[in-house]
Design a protein around this ligand. Structure first.
Ligand code: GCU
Length: 675
């Protein structure tokens, strides 16, 4: 039965006999003339994938007797590749790029997956499999790919006790009790990352004890790194800034203290002694109670540079998070205010990791004002794949459209066209390190993400990190084809469900940028799931007179001032700001009229009802796929949509009651409700 374990690496036999025949002819013979471990992994995956897809055993051989063959490798490792692909083409591919192309020589048809380096062969192999999984013709194939960014990271918020902060797919599959003993799940995890060309994994929580930096963890980490290495993934850990105290027994962690510097130097040497390709550290410092350089009157740059200095001899990097919060009042501006004065002060091997928005992964936020504001500081974007505020593993909320909006946002900070995507792909400023981090939604659930459909977010994240220009439509369709097959009705229905889900969730939870309304985590609740508008008033600042948070420069907290002048001017005005951000930026009377002529309060009532109603339609749409999707996954998703219907009704009823209570304005269209 289909339990979802394969995710999108599902290699079911091609159904159409004609198409199957063509794929068999082209790819049934696999020629590989040897290469390093990454090529070995590529060939293993091709063997596994093609054997499934073609329904006939495909195994590598060193020459091509048949009239057609699949040829994989690098120029260095394969004479056949040297013959088939001009050296000049390969030279342009860098360490991670590849070509997939059809070449005809001496009457033979070769499908070639070629790269300059082994890692490119691995990514090219996954690309070829994707082409077959999505049933693309190969007769004319001729593509060349290179990643938009060097850093494409998976961030896990997993704890050493097996719990996962903001994880909704069971417990952690990193088993610290059993490690360094390995498990095939680690290999499958590495395969999944490589299929998305994710090349780095931070395997522990940003809120971390110092333990991971020393034994007994190092030996366990080394074992894990060995598995990841075979799939081109470098291992990173988060570092606790107070480690010199907690682990080293020093009485300070002051970055200017020579003893502290010496401790980090020694620790880096020990780590690299065990893991020679260790990636580096991710650090959350001076935020939400974590230790950091500010404890010693130093700056974030001083802190980052301390660790960067220790890692530099080995080529490691420090990713220093800009999610810094110690007060609710300054919440939206603190990162900007703390980091912009430090621009140019960070080491070359340090990168500032910036969440997509200024608050905390809400369903709707403007792009973070730090993007484009750090011309001389390496920057990367942090996206949240796990659905902390967007419905956990219960609500369907496909976040790719949200991420696309952020990536397409034009910061204007270096003139027109300085979009977030261009900033984090190093095309606006001359960064040495840049890219993407995604807070993962994986756990030990058999299907990895708890919900089958939530895996679309994992897939979309990785694919965007490789190429942020890919469209949400294409990614939704690609994931659906790979995960559920190519039945046109399935592709159309599931893609539409995915693409509409974020707006739907927004409509019944928090339209117009009303913001943070979920219950804060405490001992009794999972947190950030149920509606709880009364406990988050400091974030939405609604009262009897009006609704929304005034972040204007004229009368509010001055947040709008952090944007380029044209954006600031638009944000400053309730008439000109994007409507979906109205209440994020302004406090307006409930009777404020939107462009449509509807009042804010009526719009809120309407969207809560229409959004919740749409969830019922979603389940009806899904029901149309009975027997087109395997039974097990069909019923799992069906059940989950049933839960979502209940939860959406809870959101609708809680919020409609809450806003009525505050505004005392009746719902014109449903007067019976509040009679
Ligand atoms: C959110 C989340 C925390 C997390 C924090 C962070 O606030 O709720 O669990 O630690 O973000 O990103 O550091």
């Amino acid at each position: 039965a289909e339990d979802g374990y394969d995710l999108w690496l599902r290699y079911r036999r091609v159904e159409d006999p004609g198409q199957l025949e063509r794929y068999r002819a082209a790819l049934g013979t696999l020629v590989w003339q040897g290469g390093g471990p990454l090529q070995q992994s590529a060939v293993e995956e091709l063997g596994r994938g093609l054997t499934g897809l073609l329904g006939t055993r495909v195994a590598p051989r060193i020459s091509a007797p048949s009239p057609a063959a699949l040829v994989v490798g690098t120029a260095k490792s394969s004479a056949l590749i040297r013959e088939l692909v001009p050296a000049a083409d390969l030279a342009e591919l860098g360490d991670e790029g590849y070509v997939v192309r059809r070449v005809t020589r001496r009457g033979k048809h070769f499908t070639v997956v070629a790269a300059h380096a082994d890692r490119g062969v691995l990514y090219g192999a996954f690309h070829l499999l994707r082409l077959v999984q999505t049933r693309r013709p190969l007769e004319q194939v001729d593509l060349m790919e290179r990643p938009a960014t060097p850093l494409r990271m998976a961030n896990h918020w997993d704890n050493d006790d097996g719990s996962i902060e903001r994880g909704y797919a069971g417990r952690s599959f990193f088993d610290w009790e059993k490690l360094p003993q390995l498990d095939t799940r680690y290999t499958d995890y590495a395969r999944v990352l490589a299929s998305l060309s994710i090349n780095g994994a931070v395997i522990n929580n940003v809120n971390t004890p110092a333990d991971y930096l020393a034994e007994p963890f190092l030996t366990k980490l080394a074992a894990l790194a060995g598995v990841l290495r075979r799939y081109g993934v470098a291992l990173y850990v988060t570092a606790n800034f107070a480690a010199p105290i907690d682990l080293g027994g020093l009485d300070t962690a002051d970055p200017f203290d020579p003893g502290v510097r010496g401790w980090w130097t020694k620790q880096a040497a020990e780590i690299y002694g065990k893991i020679e390709d260790f990636g580096g550290f991710l650090v959350k410092a001076n935020s939400e109670g974590r230790p950091g350089p500010l404890d010693y009157g130093r700056t974030h740059a001083d802190g980052a540079n301390l660790l960067a200095g220790a890692l530099r001899p080995y080529g490691g990097i420090v990713m220093w998070r800009a999610f810094v919060h110690d007060s609710d009042e300054k919440w939206d501006r603190q990162a900007y205010l703390d980091f912009t004065p430090l621009d140019g002060k960070f080491a070359h091997n340090a990168v500032v990791q910036i969440k997509n928005g200024p608050i905390d992964f809400q369903v709707r936020e403007p792009a973070h004002p730090l993007f484009g504001s750090l011309p001389r500081t390496n920057s990367m974007i942090e996206l949240q794949v796990t659905q902390e505020y967007t419905g956990h593993a219960t609500h369907l909320c496909y976040l790719v459209p949200q991420w696309k909006e952020v990536l397409d946002f034009d910061t204007l900070k270096a003139g027109e066209g300085s979009t977030v995507a261009r900033v984090v792909t190093g095309r606006v400023h001359s960064y040495t390190h840049f890219g993407f981090a995604g807070v993962m939604n994986f756990g030990d659930a058999r299907n990895w993400t708890g919900s089958h459909l939530a895996a679309a977010n994992t897939h979309g994240y990785g694919r965007l990190a490789w190429n942020p220009d890919l469209s949400a439509q294409d990614l939704a369709a690609e994931w659906t084809r790979m995960t559920f097959g190519n039945d046109p009705r399935v592709v159309k229905t599931v893609s539409a469900l995915l693409l509409d889900s974020w707006h739907t969730y927004e409509d019944y939870t928090s339209p117009l940028g009303t913001g943070y309304l979920t219950h804060p985590p405490d001992a009794s609740v999972a947190g950030h799931f149920d509606p709880s508008p009364t406990t988050t008033t400091q974030f939405h600042t609604s009262d009897r007179a009006g609704i929304g948070y005034d972040r204007t420069t004229a009368t509010g907290d001055g947040f709008t001032e952090l944007y380029a002048p044209a954006t600031r001017d638009a944000y400053e005005s309730p008439a000109n700001c994007p409507e979906e951000l109205l209440l994020f930026l302004h406090h307006v009377p409930y009777t404020h009229r939107l462009a449509s002529g509807t009042t804010v309060i009526q719009h809120i009532y309407d969207t809560h009802f229409s959004g919740a109603a749409r969830v019922a339609d979603m389940r009806t749409e899904w029901e149309g796929l009975r027997r087109r999707v395997d039974h097990r996954r069909f019923t799992d998703v069906h059940r989950q949509l049933g839960e979502q219907i209940t939860e959406a009704a809870k959101w609708r009823d809680t919020l409609v009651a809450y806003w009525f209570d505050l505004s005392r304005i009746r719902d014109e269209r449903r007067a019976w409700l509040q009679a």
